[in-house]
Design a protein around this ligand. Structure first.
Ligand code: PBG
Ligand code: ZN
Length: 327
């Protein structure tokens, strides 16, 4: 069809930067990046997360500083995680009107009116046992958890969230959240479902940042088993049937095959989460001079795009967006 060497020379299209730029197949832009933000109680706080150098927990009065830097760089959305004032067995701080995420939503809406505000909806930051749902007989009980997640989502919507993102992996939660949002008059609030979330070792640093380590057991009873690829499509289909507007795959870098298959099998925006462990590994090797950090960050993000993600949640959002802007 297209001949062979020596008339064909693929290197011709790689000879100059201007030619490479023209034939590039995948593009990444700052609007496709979503910056995760951790919000903590108190005032004047900006505390670096030990296992995530460069990532900080912010108090409500200062969270707009970091979000503003993202905005300046061209990032148009943030996803909020709250570390509450107190924890209990059912995570009741998750749906308080004056809860940490609810306050942060008001502050960000005031400071950056055009920013897209996404909230993570889960129980693990709010429960004293650190699991993503309520415990019955030593196990995370699916159905009783749904009502709590729905309450949390409605509370976030009322406080100004544009998009709620359930990350708990309970069965039926997208439907429960959709019904509750609609019943409360929030039919315009979108759901970005963490539809395909694996039980990954790469969430370790996040659990320091969000103070959400399970006090017993692990999350393998509700998050997906890493060897399973087909099951991702089943999770995606169920969430779409229940009313998810967008679906997410998480983690990203080790699951590019899953991103590609989800992208091919649905017609909604697909997000991918480059998680805390992916961030920490790149930062750690970069700090030792073992890799060219900026180059590896950009390569990791474009690879996630190439696999098919429309949106990327990443702790590198600000610096990556700045480099994209600088060209
Ligand atoms: C809450 C939640 C987690 C992450 C996002 N939402 C932690 C977990 O499931 O243990 C992980 C994000 C990251 O590692 O960056 N369920
Ligand atoms: Zn959780």
């Amino acid at each position: 069809m297209s001949g062979s060497f020596p008339s064909v020379r693929p290197r011709r299209l790689r000879t100059t930067a201007r030619l490479r730029a023209v034939v590039r197949e995948t593009r990444l832009s700052p609007e496709q990046l979503v910056l995760p933000l951790f919000v903590v109680p108190g005032r004047g706080k900006s505390v670096e997360v030990g296992s995530m150098p460069g990532v900080r927990q912010w108090s409500v009065d200062r969270v707009a500083e970091e979000a503003g830097r993202a905005w300046e760089a061209g990032v148009r959305s943030v996803i909020l995680f709250g570390i509450p004032e107190g924890k209990d067995a059912v995570g009741s701080h998750a749906w308080r009107e004056d809860g940490i995420v609810q306050q942060a939503l008001a502050e960000l809406r005031r400071a950056l009116p055009e920013m897209l505000l996404v909230t993570d909806v889960c129980m693990c930051e709010y429960t004293d046992h650190g699991h993503c749902g309520v415990i019955v007989d030593g196990d995370v009980a699916n159905d009783p958890t749904l009502e709590l997640l729905a309450r949390e989502a409605v509370s976030h919507a009322r406080a100004g969230a544009d998009v709620v993102a359930p990350s708990d992996m309970m069965d039926g939660r997208v439907g429960a959240i959709r019904r509750a949002l609609d019943a409360a008059g929030h039919e315009g609030t979108a759901i970005l479902s963490y539809a395909v979330k694996y039980a990954s070792g790469l969430y370790g640093p996040f659990r320091d940042a969000a103070d959400s380590t399970p006090q017993f057991g692990d999350r393998r009873g509700y998050q997906m088993d890493p060897p399973n690829g087909r099951e991702a499509l089943r999770e995606m289909e169920l969430d779409l049937a229940e009313g998810a507007d967008m679906v997410m795959v998480k983690p990203a870098g080790a699951y590019l095959d899953v991103i590609a298959s989800v992208r091919a099998a649905c017609h909604v925006p697909v997000a991918a989460y480059q998680v805390s462990g992916e961030y920490a590994m790149i930062r750690a090797a970069g700090a030792r001079g073992w890799i060219d950090e900026a180059r590896v960050v950009d390569e990791s993000l474009v690879a996630i795009r190439r696999a098919g993600a429309d949106l990327i949640l990443t702790y590198f959002a600000i610096e990556a967006a700045r480099r994209l802007r600088a060209g």
